[in-house]
Design a protein around this ligand. Structure first.
Ligand SMILES: Nc1ncnc2c1ncn2[C@@H]1O[C@H](COP(=O)(O)OP(=O)(O)OP(=O)(O)O)[C@@H](O)[C@H]1O
Ligand SMILES: [Mg+2]
Length: 279
């Protein structure tokens, strides 16, 4: 299967989402569904209409979450509220219902906190799912591994016949990539993170970042070993790095694929799971 065909639905959804981040679609809709992705390094709100089509979106880089857990509770509420206000202003409607997600393994610890954050920002929580389930609402894969390389962590989920058979969240992610860039270029972490996100620098950065990508790949290898994984699907902001899929494929010897913009897969999957009944 061609990569283009594989990601037909995903890429189209993301392309629409990228457009409405720039230019929201003001229209009549019976209901709006919002996804709130509270990541370690980025908070993303995605809004769908009653046809579950993207109409608006906003995101902010922030560090209110560490290793998958919310550490700055009030900061998180504040950012979600600000993004919600911005989107309501642009759409001319009130956003009521939202869904949120948790990294695998943190559910019992953090689900109350997530609820308080979204409710504190003025949302009603209608669904709370785990991140890989959210991502797979967009990817729609039956067999293989979803590898979510975010800011703080890498989540690995193995699916067999549509069922999750293994999940793990390991503490290596984009933050470590930025630390490597900061060290090599003698710049601050913040400067390194901005430099790293610029696609024009990716070709130059790939050799610098290859050792840390190989580290992530070795973590992936440990987890896929006992399963029959024939395909790896990359999501998460760090996978925006041009060429990362080739390094991971080489290390794991498993064909590796990524959609056009891996950063928005999970946020859109969260919104797709939003309901119009309070949880
Ligand atoms: N274009 C890009 N190129 C390279 N890296 C990028 C790009 N865009 C974002 N990133 C990196 O992706 C990371 C954020 O990704 P993402 O939003 O998936 O993480 P998160 O959900 O906040 O974190 P986590 O899943 O660990 O909680 C950051 O380290 C950021 O620097
Ligand atoms: Mg994430």
């Amino acid at each position: 299967m061609l990569t283009m065909e594989r990601f037909a639905y995903c890429n189209q959804l993301i392309e629409e989402f990228e457009k409405v981040i720039e230019k929201p679609i003001k229209q009549t809709s019976q209901q709006y569904f919002t996804g709130v992705d509270l990541g370690t390094s980025c908070i993303v709100l995605s809004v769908l209409n009653d046809q579950k089509e993207p109409v608006a979106g906003a995101y902010r880089y922030a560090s209110v979450v560490k290793d998958g857990m919310i550490v700055d509770y009030l900061g998180a509420i504040q950012i979600v509220k600000e993004l919600k206000d911005q989107l309501e202003e642009k759409l001319g409607v009130e956003l009521l219902y939202c869904a949120a997600a948790l990294p695998p393994g943190t559910a019992t610890l953090d689900s109350g906190v997530i609820r308080h954050v979204v409710e504190g920002a003025g949302f009603e929580l209608t669904a709370l799912l785990d991140e890989p389930t959210a991502a797979n609402a967009v990817l729609k894969i039956e067999n293989g591994a979803i590898v979510d390389i975010g800011g703080g962590t890498t989540g690995i989920t193995i699916l067999e016949n549509g069922q999750v058979v293994h999940v793990v969240d390991e503490a290596t992610g984009g933050t470590h990539f930025s630390l490597v860039v900061a060290g090599s270029y003698h710049i601050s972490f913040e400067e390194a993170d901005v430099f790293k996100r610029d696609e024009q620098n990716h070709q130059e950065l790939l050799p610098v970042l290859t050792p840390v990508i190989e580290k992530v790949a070795s973590i992936v290898n440990q987890h896929v070993q006992s399963f029959d994984v024939k395909e790896i699907y990359l999501v998460g902001g760090t996978c925006c790095l041009t060429g990362i899929e080739k390094v991971i494929e080489k290390q794991t010897k498993i064909p590796t694929f990524k959609p056009d913009n891996p950063m928005f897969v999970t946020p859109l999957g969260i919104a797709l799971n939003c309901q119009d009944e309070i949880l």
